[in-house]
Structure formats: C-alpha cells, structure tokens
Design a protein around this ligand. Structure first.
Ligand SMILES: NC(=O)c1ccc[n+]([C@@H]2O[C@H](COP(=O)([O-])OP(=O)(O)OC[C@H]3O[C@@H](n4cnc5c(N)ncnc54)[C@H](OP(=O)(O)O)[C@@H]3O)[C@@H](O)[C@H]2O)c1
Length: 312
C-alpha cells in the first residue's frame, strides 16, 4: 500500500519519507534535530545550497559516518543548484561547493532548484540582488549529466519545473531526470503532473507536505506582507480521518502522499514531530479516506510557495 523506498531510474532507492531542512538555520537546533532524526531512522535528508545549512548537515553526517554508526551508502542526500548557479558555466562550481559543505564525495540526488536562473553574486544573494537571466535548460542539463559522469552525484533531477519544461528535458536527455520536486499536499494534489511524471518514470517528491505552517515567518524575514495560508493541520476532515486511525492530521497528510507513490519531505526540528512524521508505515487509509482527501483539493489558490516574490 505504501512503499518505504521509491525506485528511481538508474536503480537508486529513495526513502519515501525524508527530512526537509528549509528554515532550519539555527545550528544548535538543527544539529540536535539531525541527531534525533538519524537515531529514529531517517536516512533521507533534503537540503539546498540556498538553505545555508549544508555545513551543519555535513558536520553531523561526518560524525555518524566516521564513528562507524552509519555507512555512507545507507544515506540518501539531496541538495540543489541555487538560482544564481543555474547557468551551464556554474553547475560544476556549485556542485563542488555543496560537496565541500556537506563533507561528502557524492550526493545521491542533485536538483536544479528552479526553472529560471539569476546572475551570479558571491555567497547567498538577497531578494534584491536576484536578477533573472535567460536560462538554457538543455545546456544546463548537459552539465548536470556531467556531474553524474564525474561521480559527484548518483542521480539528477528538477525542482519547480512544469510539465512542458520537464518534457523538453526528457526529449533531449542522455540521463533522464530521476525526480521532480514540487509543492504538493492535500489541497494542491497536482494529479496531472504526478501522472505525467510517474508515466515517465520520474519520482515525485512533495515539498510543503504539511502546508508549511511557518511559511509566513519566512515572508516576514524578506519584508513582505503576511499572506493568508491554508491551515491543513487543523482541517476538520483530515483530523476526523486521523482520529479514526489514531493518527495526527500530519500523519494522515503524509500517508495520503505515500499511498499515491509520492515521496514526502516534512521539515521539523521538534523531536515529537520528527517521530510522528516518520511513524506513517503502520496504518493505511482506505478508499473512502482517500476519496474524502481527494475532495479537499483547492488547486492553485492553495499554493504556498509564491515565486512572484522574486522581482521579474
Ligand atoms: N524545492 C523547493 O523549492 C522547496 C521549497 C520549499 C520546501 N522545500 C523542501 O521541502 C521541505 C518541506 O517543506 P516546508 O518546510 O516548507 O513545509 P512542511 O514540511 O510542510 O512544514 C514544516 C513546518 O511544519 C511544522 N511541523 C512539522 N511536523 C509537524 C507536525 N507533525 N505537526 C505540526 N507541525 C509540524 C514544522 O515546525 P518545527 O520545525 O518547528 O517542528 C515546520 O514549521 C523543506 O524543509 C525543504 O527541504 C523545497
């Protein structure tokens, strides 16, 4: 009913629940959370150059690997080419930077973070410093393929690309995208995109699977006005289904994705939530539950990650 691992093209297995780390920038908090997560069985970690936490993650992973508590092969690590690296001349540079930060010889999955690239600035650009430029997906993808050839990543994929953009890459790729990471949750179930990807052997990874309740905290840090966001964790139907199975709303939302063969990467730095979010393999939603959850679809209006915050 729900797979613990999702088979990827190229033979890799991706753990179906991963740990999201966006907004996890407090070093002490993240270090503690990562140690707990690894203790309780998380083996899949999702980060990105732009999250500014690769170094902390690298430090913790290094402690686990060098002490013999974990083998590198047991882990699945994803990181992403940042917006100001989305250019054919900068793929290798940023890939190497992420590996250095993570203290790893290779990652399992390297994603192009966005469909549009921006001009290079050193370090981490502020919103004001982001200046979009023409982006040649095909040329960039060739450089991504070279990262696999060089052994720096086991596989490659896309994030925030639409069906048409994925299709263009599929047509010309020597190494097909193994994964598409997009916003996906009960209110924005993305049925058409999921069907397209799964038909083409692309594993779909859902970000904001719990509705990203702290999203407005980020909006405030970039000086933009708060937005009214959907509150799925308190939705009465989701909670009712949870009560029936003695599970939380969060667990129902994650299980809903797993039963659609979608990988979920909930972020948490709270020990009890870390435990809840991975404790989703001992129950099953029945056909009626799935139908009720499908009916909660809101569509685009429920989209949380609003990239219109970038100028242009
Ligand atoms: N590719 C992209 O462009 C992109 C965009 C956005 C996100 N992502 C990735 O996807 C991951 C997940 O997305 P997200 O972080 O935006 O949203 P999310 O996972 O839907 O929500 C995370 C928030 O929910 C809280 N939370 C976690 N578990 C909970 C539970 N069981 N009950 C109640 N609250 C809970 C967390 O708080 P605490 O941490 O305080 O517990 C955190 O504030 C990110 O961390 C990142 O790795 C990728």
């Amino acid at each position: 009913m729900a797979k613990i691992f999702m088979n990827m093209s190229g033979g890799l297995k991706m753990p179906a629940i991963g740990l999201g780390t966006w907004q996890a920038t407090d070093e002490t908090e993240l270090e503690k959370a990562l140690n707990i997560a690894l203790e309780i069985g998380y083996r899949h970690i999702d980060t990105a150059f732009i999250y500014q936490n690769e170094r902390v993650i690298g430090r913790v992973l290094n402690q686990w690997i060098s002490s013999g508590k974990l083998k590198r092969e047991e882990l699945f690590i994803t990181t992403k080419l940042p917006m100001h690296g989305i250019h054919q001349d900068r793929v290798e540079f940023f890939m190497k930077k992420s590996l250095e930060n993570l203290q790893l010889d290779y990652v399992d999955l390297y994603l192009i973070h966005f469909a549009v690239g921006a001009k290079y600035v050193e370090g981490f650009p502020t919103l004001d410093e982001i200046e979009f430029q023409d982006t040649d997906h095909i040329a960039i993808w060739k450089k991504m393929e070279e990262q696999v050839d060089a052994g720096r990543t086991k596989t490659i994929g896309l994030s925030n690309f639409n069906e048409k953009q994925v299709g263009r890459i599929l047509k010309s790729a020597r190494i097909k995208p193994a994964c598409l990471q997009v916003e996906l949750h009960v209110f924005l179930p993305q049925h058409k995109l999921v069907q397209y990807c799964q038909h083409n052997g692309i594993v779909v990874v859902a970000y904001c699977p719990l509705g990203s309740p702290a999203h407005n905290k980020f909006i405030a840090t970039v000086g933009l006005p708060e937005r009214e966001l959907p509150d799925m964790l308190n939705d009465s139907i989701i909670k009712k289904i949870g009560n029936k199975h003695k599970k939380t709303a969060a667990q129902v939302m994650l299980r809903y994705l797993l039963q659609r063969n979608i990988v979920a990467i909930p972020k948490s730095v709270t020990p009890s939530r870390l435990k809840d979010n991975i404790d989703v393999f001992d129950f099953a939603l029945d056909a009626n539950d799935m139908k009720s959850l499908d009916k909660l679809e809101v569509g685009e209006e429920a989209r949380i990650a609003d990239f219109k915050l970038f100028k242009g």
